[in-house]
Design a protein around this ligand. Structure first.
Ligand code: ZN
Length: 280
């Protein structure tokens, strides 16, 4: 059994107290998450009246939880201002921990996937826009606030943030985690959520599902052979949602598992209770 990772860090570890003024004030909030670049950070506090991140209001759940993401290459601190119902204000600057990303070379991909023709480029843009559109919602789901399960058993075959060099051409980084597993391996929901996109045959990502876990936190499931949920379904953590496949741009069967905070691409492996999926 792999020990559950605890990312519980008190505000004191993050707070940069300007001129030491607040050094002695105990934080009334906790922040969970790795605080590395590309990570989802979950905040919790009692008695909150509002939370701002870099000057913008974040939605706060009825249980006092909120979420935000640190960008893939973010170096500026995330600046939080927490206001409490009793009038106190607390601030925290969260400096992202810098990561070194891998370089991943993949050769032997069919050229139609690496440099697709014009009409296919249009289709890909249309499909990407559909995914981006559903990720605009700031829903009141609460699944985001708890540690995530791995959505499939298998072997981690691709990591977040690696620079892809496809058939020798540098492409955009890999903003997901790949779990290699045989076709037909069950995929489960890693957290409570609502299905906001379920498309059986996207060009690059094959069978694709997006779950909304609330407060801008979304996960996506690509290359599925079979989708087992539809848009609007409310899904409990652990429920089976589809089957691993190799549809779209894939050299073999695997689940391409993505996570977003709105349009910010995140590393889902930083939000799981265990550091790697269980082997099959
Ligand atoms: Zn992938």
């Amino acid at each position: 059994m792999i020990a559950r990772r605890s990312f519980l860090v008190t505000g004191a570890a993050f707070a940069i107290a300007p001129l030491g003024v607040r050094a002695s004030v105990p934080p009334r909030y906790t922040l969970l998450g790795s605080k590395e670049q590309g990570s989802l950070v979950i905040g919790k506090a009692d008695g909150l009246s509002s939370v701002k991140l870099d000057g913008k209001l974040l939605s706060v759940s009825s249980r006092g939880a909120f979420a935000f993401g640190l960008e893939y290459k973010q170096t500026d601190p995330a600046r939080l201002v927490l206001k409490f119902a009793d009038g106190e204000t607390q601030r925290a600057d969260i400096a992202p921990v810098v990561r070194t990303y891998d370089i991943q070379r993949i050769d032997g991909l069919p050229e139609k996937y690496v440099s697709p023709p014009e009409e296919i480029v249009k289709r890909i843009q249309r499909e990407n826009a559909m995914v981006a559109a559903v990720r605009k919602a700031d829903s009141d789901g609460i699944g985001f606030a708890e540690p995530f399960l791995w959505p499939a058993k298998g072997i981690m075959s691709g990591v977040f943030g690696s620079q892809r060099i496809l058939n020798g051409d540098p492409k955009s980084p890999h903003f997901a985690v790949d779990i290699a597993a045989p076709e037909g391996t069950p995929i489960i929901a890693p957290a409570d959520g609502v299905v906001v996109l379920a498309e059986p045959d996207f060009y690059l990502t094959g069978g694709t599902t997006v779950l909304d876990h609330g407060h801008g936190v979304f996960t996506s499931y690509s290359h599925q052979n079979e989708l087992q949920v539809k848009v609007g379904d409310r899904i409990a953590q652990g429920l089976q949602i589809g089957l691993v496949g190799k549809k779209g741009r894939a050299t073999g069967p695997h689940l391409h598992w993505g996570m977003n905070w709105f349009q910010v691409r995140l590393d889902p492996s930083r939000s799981t209770a265990a550091p790697a999926p269980e082997r099959l």
